[in-house]
Ligand binder design. Sequence first.
Ligand code: MN
Length: 186
Amino acid sequence: MNKINVIPLPYAYEALEPVISKQIMELHHDKHYVAYVNGANAALERPEKNRESIRDFSFNYNGAKMHEVFFANMRPARENNRPEGKVLEAINKNFSSFENFQKEFSQAAVTVEGSGWAVLWQNEEGELFVGQLEKHNLLALNGAKPILVLDVWEHAYYLDYLNDRKKYVEEWWQIVNWDDVGKRLN
Ligand code: MN
């Protein structure tokens, strides 16, 4: 397997303010995400493939890949930031309405125990469903792929929102990049 590369942010570190501060984005991208990429590459280089090295690889590789989706899933804040076109159609079909989807996804994000993610998956049949990941596992669920993800590890929001994860999740909807979600949708 080939090494993986750090992907630069597709916007400036301060571009998501005031929803997510420049300070968080610098730490999140340049320290946490880069550490997952480096960790995955280091695990790949280890000659012995034992339980520790495989777990190490899985954790870091999944961490790197989840952050790639997360960073690309965001853009500068917009008022009335809602999906349109085929993304809205798919959401309406699977969740009855955007409001229902938003409620379910937010609930998933707020209630992740410890460190993890809320994820909108699309399965091979094209259906959408909401789930949670603990830590970074697992990236693939019987062929389903993540098309919208929200990082609710404390490193993603604590400097801006302290322990108010609910507020972070509420504010985050303003910066969802629905065009990017649309590109991931089959
Ligand atoms: Mn993170």
